[in-house]
Design a protein around this ligand. Structure first.
Ligand SMILES: N[C@@H](CCC(=O)N[C@@H](CS)C(=O)NCC(=O)O)C(=O)O
Length: 203
């Protein structure tokens, strides 16, 4: 029996886009269900496992947490490296990137100008430190973080930098190898196809 996947999120990219990229790279069909954050969400929220979106239904079983979904899909569809050591190296890249995610999350909702300025400075400093770490993790002449084809390490990197680019100007300019990798992921066949046909949304 083919597994039935339904991804539920708001009509935006946010935390769900990394899951959509993973489905795209895996070449797997799923229902990309989008709910209205004002009309539908308040009544739907209490029925979700953690009171948050996205959720992924796998043959009806409801799972929260975007990165847990990405890791599960990667294991199912061979995007997690060729063995456990390579999966571990994918996880190292993903975990390094979380320092940027931690800075980004509060920034979307902060309205206080002074606070926003402080958060911005923290994001700039953190991003620079994280990019240096990632550059060190990238082997000489490597076109992807792990092995020779796209894994979730590259996909999560692509999405985190895409989000950061909304707030930082050309964050990869001082890291040409990372910039090349990021551009290659965005231009790769399946990811580029999803980017070209995904809905235009305000965020
Ligand atoms: N770590 C979670 C974060 C989930 C999260 O923060 N979801 C937000 C949207 S990006 C949400 O559901 N906000 C609405 C609410 O909390 O009521 C993930 O990656 O799935």
């Amino acid at each position: 029996m083919t597994t039935k996947f339904k991804l539920t999120y708001f009509n935006g990219r946010g935390c769900a886009e990394v899951v959509r990229y993973t489905f795209a790279q895996a070449g797997v069909k799923y229902e990309d269900y989008r709910i209205d954050e004002h009309d539908d969400w308040p009544s739907f929220k209490p029925s979700t496992p953690t009171g948050q979106l996205p959720i992924l239904e796998i043959n009806g079983e409801v799972i929260p947490q975007s990165l847990a979904m990405v890791r599960y899909l990667a294991r199912e569809f061979n995007l997690y490296g060729k063995d456990n050591q390579e999966s571990l190296r994918c996880d190292v890249v993903i975990d390094v990137l979380q320092d940027i995610e931690i800075c980004l999350t509060p920034m979307w909702h902060e309205e206080d100008v002074q606070q926003k300025k402080l958060q911005m400075q923290k994001l700039v400093n953190t991003s620079e430190a994280v990019l240096k770490r990632l550059d060190n993790l990238l082997k000489n002449d490597a076109k992807t973080f792990v092995g020779s084809s796209i894994t979730i390490a590259d996909i999560v990197f692509y999405r985190t930098i895409e989000k950061a680019t909304a707030l930082l100007t050309n964050p990869l300019d001082s890291h040409p190898r990372l910039k090349t990798l990021w551009t290659c992921v965005g231009n790769s066949e399946r990811i580029a196809d999803w980017i070209s046909r995904r809905p235009e949304t305000p965020w």
